[in-house]
Design a protein around this ligand. Structure first.
Ligand SMILES: C[S@@+](CC[C@H](N)C(=O)[O-])C[C@H]1O[C@@H](n2cnc3c(N)ncnc32)[C@H](O)[C@@H]1O
Length: 302
């Protein structure tokens, strides 16, 4: 898996290393062989889609960051007017093989100039896909989504929590930050089996971690850090709940609901109570609607 070159790399070059990582077929297995390969990544995603489904049915849908096609099989059931995009060409090829009839294109969420203003009624960016842009580019992505959506269009995306257990993970750790160690025989046996099946991960993970860590950045309500998934080769953006509310408001969106998300957790989704500014959840799945440019500042739910 390619690693960013910390020597002399600008922030955005480092972020483009995420794209190279995602375009490497060795990373596809993470999605195509996981328990979520043909379904929801967690209950929060399912609840979010259920929340907007009746409004999205038969409407113009843009599904961003389709990867190898998991969400194509889910969202295209809502409408025939469906376009799926991803910035990793090999991923789009893999998705086309799974869904030959679908309109799937190579496009980057940071620049969606190929699409006209107001040309979609729903924009969906699942599985923390927005987190692989730099902090500044993330604002560009949200501005593009605002431009592309119709007057009361719906935006739904998921994002990792800076106060959650994926933030600050290290190659050698007994448990995830803020979580209790799982020292059960089953978990220890599982970890030993993973390492026995791929001993090279013992050096690959710290090596990737060191390279990616050099590119980390810190803001008041966000940071970028190496993500344990894909062996610390990705630089991942994390945001606090407070920061998430602020970024939605700045971008011209009003949140309708924010669900707390935990990867592969299918217990009923928990809504973030209106007015909350902190959470220790793994991440969030947002359903928001667009505010017309002239109506901004009407207030967000968080
Ligand atoms: C964690 S994967 C999720 C893939 C798929 N949506 C799923 O849920 O199984 C994130 C996906 O977002 C894509 N992605 C990240 N940043 C992107 C961007 N700026 N524009 C388009 N796609 C992007 C990656 O290539 C990758 O396929």
């Amino acid at each position: 898996v390619p690693s960013p070159d910390p020597a002399g790399a600008t922030r955005d070059e480092t972020v483009d290393a995420n794209r190279s990582t995602y375009d490497d077929p060795r990373t596809f297995q993470h999605e195509t062989a996981g328990p979520h390969a043909n379904g929801w990544v967690d209950a929060a995603e399912q609840a979010a889609v259920h929340r907007f489904a009746s409004r999205a049915r038969g409407q113009r849908l843009l599904d961003v960051g389709i990867g190898t096609g998991r969400t194509v099989g889910l969202l295209s059931l809502l409408s025939d007017d469906y376009v799926g995009v991803d910035y990793a060409p090999r991923r789009v090829d893999a998705a086309r093989q799974r869904f030959p009839g679908a309109d799937l294109r190579v496009a980057d969420a940071r620049d969606l100039a190929a699409f006209d203003d107001g040309s979609f009624d729903l924009v969906f960016f699942s599985f923390n896909g927005i987190d692989y842009a730099s902090h500044d580019e993330r604002a560009d992505v949200l501005a593009e989504f605002h431009r592309l959506l119709s007057a009361d269009g719906v935006l739904s995306y998921s994002t990792l929590n800076r106060d959650g257990p994926s933030h600050g993970e290290r190659p050698y750790q007994l448990h995830r930050p803020g979580r209790r160690p799982d020292l059960s025989a089953r978990n220890v046996a599982r970890k030993l089996a993973v390492t026995a099946g791929d001993p090279a991960r013992l050096w690959r993970r710290p090596s990737n971690y060191r390279a990616t860590r050099n590119a980390a950045r810190e803001g008041s309500e966000w940071s970028t850090r190496p993500l344990a998934a894909l062996d610390f080769s990705l630089l991942q953006h994390f945001i606090t709940l407070r920061g998430l509310g602020a970024e939605l408001e700045t971008a011209g969106f009003v949140p309708e609901v924010i669900y707390e998300s935990e990867f592969l957790d299918y217990r009923p989704a928990r809504e973030v109570p209106v007015g909350s500014t902190t959470s220790s959840a793994g991440g969030f799945h947002v359903v928001a609607h667009r505010v017309a440019a002239g109506d901004r500042g009407e207030g967000a739910a968080t």
